[in-house]
Design a protein around this ligand. Structure first.
Ligand code: C2E
Ligand code: MG
Ligand code: MG
Ligand code: MG
Length: 292
């Protein structure tokens, strides 16, 4: 089958695909330089407590601003960085920058936020991963509870036994681990039995169809029941409408993230958001009252 595919791929190799391939090859070499040339920066997307609209956390999202090509989305360069073996250095940079930012916000007197950082399996699977995390927290004088690490189901599947050790060690340290894009990976749920997972992020593909789509509704409700019974905090991703917010709130979802509340924004905008909110006596974005 692989042979046939190869042949077909060759036969259908269009000018468009050639251009795409050229871009990929060029980007790969440019990606190596991006870290050194300071072309990366972080945006932060607020996570709200759904009941109150209060901002309780932010997720650090990596941005690559290429000097010539402009913005390149993470869905394009993260998989590339994984293939090129650059992802560990990139993830380390992100985690360090995110922790530094959190310490700076603390210093400015912002209410204590939780910082969520995406971590790829390549680094998470390393033997010294937990030591790296501990050292970083100490250097920024941050309590472990302030940090949350997001990994995908696929990553968990790939790691096997060391993963179990790592999850337990992080749990003991107090760093919360979230399963990102929950429900989209090819994986069993047996890792949930370890009781070392603190958060499940319900993937936006299940949120998109709410409230009309009955399958999405049933899946999301079941995920929320699972969370409640296992003592895991659910976080819904990709909330764009008030109807989605209401459905999720009523179904027992406690935290949410999405364009309805805020897009990923610059660090200065987080400061603005949190200080304006504080003056109003409640640092919230947009409060959607539940339907009674
Ligand atoms: P993710 O961790 O699941 O992040 C959520 C993605 O959904 C972000 O895309 C965010 O901008 C987008 N999003 C948030 N709210 C909404 C919404 O209401 N509607 C829609 N349509 N989209 C929404 P982004 O920033 O393009 O990141 C894509 C993915 O790239 C992330 O998915 C994550 O898997 C990966 N990524 C981003 N930063 C890093 C990083 O520092 N390290 C690693 N390893 N992966 C990263
Ligand atoms: Mg994430
Ligand atoms: Mg996600
Ligand atoms: Mg996602």
């Amino acid at each position: 089958a692989a042979k046939t595919e190869e042949r077909n791929a060759f036969r259908f190799y269009s000018p468009r695909m050639q251009a795409d391939a050229r871009r990929r090859i060029a980007l790969a070499s440019e990606l190596r330089k991006a870290l050194a040339e300071d072309e990366f920066h972080l945006q932060f997307q607020p996570t709200v407590e759904m009941r109150s609209g209060r901002v309780v956390a932010v997720e650090a999202l990596l941005r690559w601003h290429h000097p010539v090509r402009g913005r390149i989305p993470p869905v394009e360069f993260i998989p590339m960085a994984e293939k090129l073996g650059l992802i560990r250095r990139i993830d380390q940079w992100v985690l360090q920058a995110a922790c530094r930012q959190l310490a700076e916000w603390d210093h400015l007197g912002l209410p204590p936020l939780r910082m969520a950082v995406n971590v790829s399996a390549h680094w998470f699977g390393q033997a010294n991963f937990v030591d790296d995390i501990r050292a970083l927290l100490e250097s920024q004088r941050l309590a472990a509870e302030r940090l949350m690490l997001e990994i995908t189901e696929g990553a968990i599947l790939r790691l096997g036994e060391e993963m179990e050790r790592t999850l337990h060690a992080l749990h003991a340290l107090g760093v919360g681990v979230a399963i990102d894009d929950f429900g989209t990976g090819y994986s069993s749920m047996s890792y949930l039995k370890m009781r070392a997972i603190a958060y499940l992020k319900i993937d936006q593909s299940f949120v998109a169809g709410l409230p009309e789509d009955e399958s999405d509704g049933a899946i999301v409700e079941t995920m929320l029941t699972l969370c409640r019974k296992l003592g895991i905090s659910p976080i819904a991703e990709g909330i764009e409408t008030e109807e989605q917010h209401r459905f999720l709130l009523r179904a027992g979802c406690t935290e949410g993230q999405g364009y309805l509340y805020s897009r990923p924004i610059e660090p200065e905008e987080i400061v603005q958001l949190m200080t304006v909110g504080k003056r109003q006596g409640n640092s919230h974005l947009r409060l959607v009252p539940p339907e009674v």
